[in-house]
Write a protein that binds this ligand. Structure first.
Ligand code: HMG
Ligand code: MG
Length: 342
């Protein structure tokens, strides 16, 4: 049983990298996942089986899943490790199911897939080339096959707080789409603020609308991009006030959706881990909550800068530095930058 208050889902290797223009070596993608797992993440999106014409960067997902390093991680961590992949349609799921080893009962390549739909028509067209209703009906066979094969399915709803094409999004529409995903069999629905315009007050309405449609906060996740710098405020609100227990984040704040013009990366994993721990909220990455809530020095290892929690936190921040250097980018995590200066 998950005794931690907040579960982090690391989306860096998928959401973080899918928008990168230059082709990233499979070995870098694999090493990123390895480092993230070593730093304590246990739910790490490994890629997506989407059309390579639409998102060329994810064309290597099969090679990532089949790598010997991921196989070693699966042996070490067993079913406590989840390496989900996104699939947009039945074709994507077949690509996964056709891979050697995916049919293993003990240790399949992945035990979980994620599907994605939009709360607005404009974004649905741009991201999936079909209407919201069509996207939901296309997912019916995907859910049916997943059920058959014993795969867990996570559902995403995009643009829950605003759409780059249609503008304001009605929270009731978010609730309806979340209910449709749950009714088809999604164990959790991740609410995507794809363009990062959300603020805490906006999340009140969205979560309430989902609850009214029968999807309780405990089955929701917050997936915030940080375009306007409000992601962390929204996340702390979702966790401490609204009952959300799962947060998606991306190491070094990598990312952005290729079909969401102007949107930046996800909220950074380092920032979320720091803010939760220093607020006295335990997570699966730093399970030992800081005794006195509101005590940042406890997370940073006291005045001396030492301690087990601080060591693990530094290890996480080092992953962000490493991938930023690999991509030739400045580290997008505020906390990551601050830790470097300490
Ligand atoms: P389409 O062009 O309408 O589909 O795209 P199509 O059926 O006409 O297929 C076009 C070509 O793609 C064909 O190949 C198909 O065989 C192939 P061709 O005959 O031209 O050589 N194809 C595929 N290839 C590999 N894998 C597949 C697949 N399906 C078809 N699964 C489609 C429709 C859904 C395929 C396309 O729109 C697509 O791939 N979209 C995915 C876009 C995407 O990956 N977006 C990013 C992920 S979602 C996200 O980031 C948001 C999230 O983070 C939450 C948030 O922040 O909001 C999750
Ligand atoms: Mg996203």
């Amino acid at each position: 049983p998950d005794t931690h208050r907040v579960k982090l889902v690391e989306v860096g290797p998928r959401d973080g990298l899918q928008n990168e223009k230059a082709v990233i070596d499979t070995s870098v993608k694999v090493e990123l996942i390895e480092r993230l797992v070593k730093a304590g993440l246990r739910d790490v999106e490994a890629g997506s089986f989407v059309s390579p014409k639409w998102v060329p960067q994810m064309a290597s997902t099969a090679d990532v899943l089949l790598s010997s390093q991921l196989s070693a991680l699966r042996s070490t961590h067993g079913s406590s490790l989840s390496l989900p992949v996104l699939v947009p349609n039945a074709r994507g799921l077949s690509s996964l199911l056709d891979l050697p080893g995916q049919d293993s009962a003990d240790s399949p390549l992945t035990r979980e897939i994620a599907v994605f739909v939009s709360a607005s028509e404009g974004f649905s067209r741009a991201n999936l080339n079909c209407s919201v209703a069509e996207s939901l009906s296309r997912l019916e066979p995907v859910f049916a096959t997943a059920r058959d094969k014993g795969l867990k399915v996570r559902g995403y709803v995009s643009v829950v707080l605003g759409c780059p094409f249609d503008g304001r999004v009605d929270p009731r529409k978010v609730g309806e789409v979340a209910r449709a995903l749950k009714n088809m069999g999604a164990y959790e629905v991740s609410l995507g603020d794809t363009i990062g315009v959300g603020v805490p007050k906006g999340w009140d309405g969205v979560v309430e609308a989902c609850e009214q449609k029968g999807v309780p906060a405990a089955q929701l996740a917050a997936h915030c991009h940080d375009t306007y710098g409000t992601a962390l405020a929204s996340i702390l609100h979702c966790v401490s006030r609204l009952g959300i227990r799962t947060v998606d984040s991306s190491i070094a704040a990598l990312g952005g959706c290729p079909y969401s013009p102007g949107a930046t990366g996800n909220v950074s994993t380092e920032d979320v881990v720091y803010a939760l721990a220093a607020s006295g909220i335990s997570s699966n990455v730093l399970p030992d909550p800081v005794a006195a809530a509101g005590e940042p020095w406890e997370v940073l290892g006291g005045e001396s800068g030492h301690g087990e929690r601080a060591r693990r936190f530094e290890e996480l921040c080092a992953v962000g530095d490493w991938i930023s250097a690999q991509l030739g980018r400045e580290n997008g995590s505020r906390v990551g930058k601050a830790m470097k200066g300490r």
